[in-house]
Design a binder for this molecule. Structure first.
Ligand code: SF4
Ligand code: SF4
Length: 451
């Protein structure tokens, strides 16, 4: 039976309330609170299953093993935003995932698959929207301004759980790199990275190896392996400390500036290969390199050319032949501008590169260029959740203000129980106990629970 407009709006409201109560945030990115995203109005919801970071297998695992849950979440997201269409975007060569999605969407006329080639960064939100709709989202605009909302496939499964009153307590994480058996584990949020790494059979430690949280291109090296995984952790990439990638990521800003001054020949390749430049968004990393080499911010160019950078690091790891780090330089300047409250300019001419398709970088070439070919192995799927003795749940696992604790040391908590509430009148998300136990400590930044 067709719903009236009022009924549909009321149902959408109830979906958003449940998503908020479950603490759902973007599972594949910066952790944008999903209840805020679903408050938009849009005609199309795109499920992002592109998983463009090399070596990670989380989204593929979700699509292959939880396709029905994904579809429930997608349909709920469509209902919340008022969309008439849902598109699941993924790679053609994820054959098992594609087969599972085809079965899960069979007979659902509002849903379709969009199958992509394997290039980087296929999962970038603006690239994905352009691929699916032909629209380029301007720097000062949001996807909803173009009638669409994009959700990671893991987020959609969490939405399906939220409808049943289940909070976000577990996370799928691929642990890969120089480990005996790469695997995709289900683990309670707050599990120490060390426990996940050990579960692959790895017996070394920080003295010889470093761990990147996230993917090889956009992730961050974590100093302590006792740091916890969060709602947004998708991968742990373990590499020898002397691996080229670790050297690049951990290079100090002073050294980056020094080698930019000495080596950057302004060949422009970083700008030519930049996917956001190809989309017509005028991103020009060579200008940022010129500006830092000369210590002259006027050489940066238009503010949009910085703010539209998506930090994909293709310029650093593929375009630049001199081992420079234009992607890091752009990200640092972008973050500085954002902290200073600088917003994108509203007027922007789009100049889509007619060679956009031919400039796309196949993942296999990128993996080889980054010295990761030996680590590009299948990851075993381990659906039984790890059972750590303790978890540490950061109060900020999302964009916005940290959540505020509602428990005290010594309290008994059950898995799924609310332990920190989003700050009033601020962007944020609730946090729930990821295992049953006793609250061991509550600090300014985290809540620790032990069995
Ligand atoms: S950073 Fe590298 S690719 Fe970019 S202009 Fe300088 S030398 Fe060329
Ligand atoms: S990181 Fe580099 S390649 Fe990626 S969008 Fe930014 S400037 Fe372009």
């Amino acid at each position: 039976m067709l719903k009236t407009g009022q009924q549909a709006a009321a149902d959408g409201r109830s979906i958003i309330d449940r998503v908020r109560a479950a603490g759902v945030v973007g599972a594949g990115g910066a952790g944008f609170p999903t209840h805020v995203k679903l408050a938009a109005k849009a005609d199309l919801v795109i499920a992002n299953g592109a998983e463009c970071e090399p070596l990670l297998r989380v989204d593929q695992t979700i699509m292959q093993h939880q396709a029905d849950r994904l579809v429930i979440g997608l349909e709920a997201a469509m209902q919340a935003v008022g969309a008439s269409r849902g598109v699941i975007a993924t790679k053609k060569h994820y054959h098992e995932a594609v087969a599972a999605l085809e079965a899960a969407t069979e007979g659902k006329e509002a849903l379709s698959l969009y199958l992509m080639d394997s290039y980087y960064p296929a999962g970038d939100e603006k690239s994905l929207i352009h691929d699916v709709t032909g629209e380029v989202v301007r720097s000062a605009k949001l996807p909803a301004d173009y009638g669409c909302v994009v959700c990671n496939v893991g987020t959609l499964v969490n939405i399906a759980d939220a409808l049943e009153g289940k909070a976000v307590t577990d996370k799928l994480v691929t642990v890969c790199g120089d480990v005996p058996q790469p695997a995709t584990f289900q683990a309670p949020v707050g599990t120490a990275m060390r426990a996940l790494i050990a579960a692959t059979g790895f017996t070394g430690d920080e003295r010889t190896h470093a761990v990147i949280e996230g993917g090889p291109l956009m992730g961050h090296v974590r100093d302590s392996w006792d740091n916890p995984i969060t709602k947004t952790t998708g991968g742990l990439v373990v590499l020898p400390r002397n691996h080229y990638l670790i050297t690049q990521i951990t290079m100090t800003v002073e050294r980056q500036v020094k080698i930019a001054m000495a080596v950057c020949c302004q060949c422009n390749m970083c700008t030519i290969m930049c996917p956001r430049n190809s989309l017509g968004l005028h991103v020009e990393p060579h200008k940022a390199m010129r500006a830092i080499a000369n210590g002259d911010s006027k050489l940066l160019g238009n503010v949009n050319s910085i703010l539209a950078c998506c930090s994909c690091n293709l310029c650093t790891y593929y375009a630049c032949n001199f081992g420079l780090t234009p992607g890091t330089v752009m990200t640092n300047i972008k973050n500085e501008l954002a902290r200073a409250g600088v917003r994108p300019e509203t007027e922007q001419e789009i100049a889509l590169d007619p060679s956009l398709e031919t400039k796309r970088i196949p993942i296999s070439r990128l993996i080889a260029r980054m010295g990761l070919s030996a680590y590009n192995r299948p990851a075993l799927y381990s659906p039984d959740a790890l059972a750590p003795q303790a978890v540490t749940l950061p109060l900020r696992q999302h964009l916005g203000a940290p959540a505020q604790p509602v428990v005290r040391a010594g309290d008994r908590v059950d898995k799924g129980q609310l332990i920190a509430r989003m700050a009033p009148d601020a962007l944020g998300a609730d946090i729930h106990a990821s295992m049953s136990g006793t609250v061991d400590a509550v600090t300014d930044s985290a809540i620790r629970i032990k069995r």
